[in-house]
Each structure stands twice: as C-alpha cells, then as structure tokens.
Design a protein around this ligand. Structure first.
Ligand code: TXA
Ligand code: MG
Length: 351
C-alpha cells in the first residue's frame, strides 16, 4: 500500500517532482483522468501495469507538453502526421507513429515498433507535463476493466493506495477517451478507437484523404487487433448491462417489460436513458444522459453513471442506444463494450 496524496492544482510542482522521481501520478486531462509515469523508466511504467492490473500486451499512450519533445521519440513525421497535430493538438487525438528504438521503456509500446502520442488540452495536464519535462505514459486511471475515471474520486476509488497521488482538477471535459488513429502514408487515416475527435471532424479537416474505421460499432474483432486495447472487455459496470437500440417507443416498452420480469426474479434494475424518454421508465434507478440532441452531455456522464449503478448495487441495467454519428460513434462504441456485446436491436415497425 502507498499513502496516496490528493494534490490541489496549486501543488503541481510536488506532483511533477514525484513523476520525475519515478512515482505514479494521476492527473486530469480533457478526456478522462490518466495514471502517469515517466515513460523512459521501465520500473515506473511497470508500476502502472501493476496498479491497474493491466495486461502487459496493451501499450500505453505517451503524453507530451509540446511538439518539440517529439524529436526525442521519433524521426521526422510524415506530412499528414504534422497536419493532424497542427489541426487537433492539443486535443483528444492520439496518433500512432514509428518510435525511435530505445527512446522509451519497451513496456510502454508492449513491444510494438510504434507509439501512440498526444498533447492533452487541459491546463493542469499541460502544466504538469511542462514541469516534469519527461514524456509521460498514461493509460486511463481506472483498474483494468472498470469504467474510465472522470472525477478524482473515481481514481481514488479504483487506485487509492496503489499510486503516489492524484491531482484533483474536478470533472474532465469530453468524458470519453481520445480518438486513436494510425496513418497509412499520406493517403489514409485509420481510426483504431473512436473518441472526442469524431470521424466526421477528421473527414472535414482532410477532405482529400480516406478516413477508415475498422468497425462501425467497435465490436468486430479482427484476428490481429491493430490497437491491442480494443480486444479487451472494457468499461464494464458490475451489473449486467444491455444496450437496446430501435424506435424509441418500442425501446421503452421492451425495457420496461424486461425490467418487470427481472424484478419478479428479485433483481434490482436500472435504466440509462436520454432525457426525452427518461420519464417513461419503471426501474429502481433511472439515470439521465441529457438530451439526445446534445451528446456532449451524455459523453461526460456515461462513466460516472455506470459507476453509480454499481454503487447502488444494481444487478440488471438497460441503456438506450443512439445514432452512431458524430460523438454518438464514440458513445455507442463505449456503451456496447461496457455491455460486453449484449446489444438488442429491435425491429422498426413497418411504416
Ligand atoms: O484519452 C485518453 O486517451 C486517455 C487519457 C489519459 O489520455 N488515455 C487512455 O489510455 O485512454 P488507455 O491506455 O486506456 O488506452 C490506450 C489505447 C489502447 O486501446 C491501446 O491499445 C491503444 O491506445 N494504443 C496505444 N499505443 C498503441 C500503438 N502503438 N498501436 C496501436 N494502439 C495503441
Ligand atoms: Mg483505458
């Protein structure tokens, strides 16, 4: 057990010192909280995997304060990589690029010849990275398999006693992890994990370039996943979650039927619903994701709500699906993964 410190934002120097000295420091970013360590130190990086209970074949994202640090990690970047950085950094976009051998602990890349890098768009993260002045490997600061943390209290819940400290920066912004992309020369951008930078935003920014998404819903599992993290069950609440997609009226009726049956069996029930329909549901705990017309709010709330169902000890949870467009793409990817693939698609009645 380590005595975990909670730093306030005035105490970034102490946190940066701890990072530099090989410690484990959780910090807020614009996406979710990250669990950071000096990416060059194998001992420090090994302690990230140990604290999270993370499989060692799942590589970590490296966080930088500025593009000038890139030259330590890699040779000159392609034109497309440069343009992506110019357009989306700082921000929720992780770019997978060839790494200079020996520049990072081999644990960071899990033996791959590439590294995922990003510059986060959060004042605390940026200041911490600037003060520490080392590349910082940071996965989401949750125990492996738990929902990613969007509050310092979530980090403490999962990792208290397993890390040196957490910087409390309040709620994170986007609420879902960064978009991870890989480049195919200067011709194509392959989205390995949808996130805060939407596929539509990538297409708008680069009209002449193909934007490829491995799978529409994040469930298709290629034999050899390009992004090793995508093969693991993620973000799972303790209760059994099912996503229900289809016309709104049929979704509400169907979920209410299933919830009634579950209650008959003595199970506690929960529903995750958009505000438009939330009033329709009969369950022990109904949590709202905000309006379906403003998915930013749903993205910010999703993980906290999944944790709230756990706290309430809910055994069966149903979530309303939404259109997988824009931020809805990332939201549905995470919901379907949290559900471990339990997705019900209701037939739309003939018009
Ligand atoms: O928003 C985020 O990205 C947060 C914050 C803390 O920055 N971090 C985060 O890290 O979500 P993590 O470790 O939970 O997810 C990293 C993802 C995994 O799916 C991993 O497989 C993928 O990025 N990844 C990392 N390096 C890669 C590489 N070299 N090639 C392919 N995928 C990579
Ligand atoms: Mg994660």
């Amino acid at each position: 057990m380590i005595d975990t410190i909670v730093w306030q934002k005035q105490e970034l120097k102490q946190a940066a010192q701890t990072l530099k000295a090989g410690g484990l420091v959780a910090f807020p970013t614009e996406t979710v909280y990250g669990l950071g360590a000096d990416a060059r130190s194998t001992e420090a990086v090994a302690s990230i995997f140990a604290a999270k209970g993370r499989p060692s074949d799942n590589p970590l994202i490296v966080h930088l304060a500025s593009r000038s640090q890139l030259s330590e990690l890699m040779g000159p970047c392609s034109r497309l990589a440069e343009e992506l950085m110019e357009r989306f950094w700082p921000g929720p976009l992780t770019i997978v690029l060839p790494v200079k051998p020996g520049s990072l602990s081999p644990l960071v890349t899990a033996g791959l010849p590439t590294v995922g890098v990003r510059i986060p768009d959060h004042p605390i993260a940026l200041e911490l990275l600037r003060l520490a002045d080392v590349p910082v490997a940071a996965p989401s600061a949750n125990r492996s398999g738990r929902p990613s943390p969007t509050l310092a209290s979530h980090v403490l819940e999962d990792l208290g006693g397993r890390m040196h400290g957490v910087i409390d920066g309040g709620a994170t912004g986007v609420g879902l992890e960064s978009t991870v992309v890989e480049l195919e020369g200067d011709r194509a951008i392959r989205v390995l994990r949808p996130g805060g930078v939407t596929i539509e935003a990538l297409k708008r920014a680069f009209p002449g370039i193909a934007v490829i998404s491995d799978s529409e819903d994040g469930l298709a599992q290629p034999e050899q996943p390009r992004s090793p993290g995508m093969k693991y069950t993620h973000y799972a609440p303790k209760g059994e979650l099912t996503v229900v997609e289809g016309a709104r009226e049929s979704v509400a009726a169907h979920i209410n039927g299933l919830a009634a049956a579950a209650r008959q069996e003595g199970l506690t029930t929960g529903v995750l619903a958009f505000s438009e329909q939330a009033g329709e549901y009969k369950a022990d705990l109904v949590l709202e994701l905000g309006s379906e017309s403003r998915l930013e709010e749903a993205a910010r709330l999703l993980y906290a709500h999944l944790r709230a169902f756990d706290e309430a000890g809910i055994a069966r949870i149903w979530a309303e699906g939404c259109e997988p467009n824009g931020l809805g793409g990332a939201l549905m990817n995470r919901m379907r993964k949290a559900a471990g693939g339990r997705v019900l698609r209701l037939e739309t009645p003939d018009k």
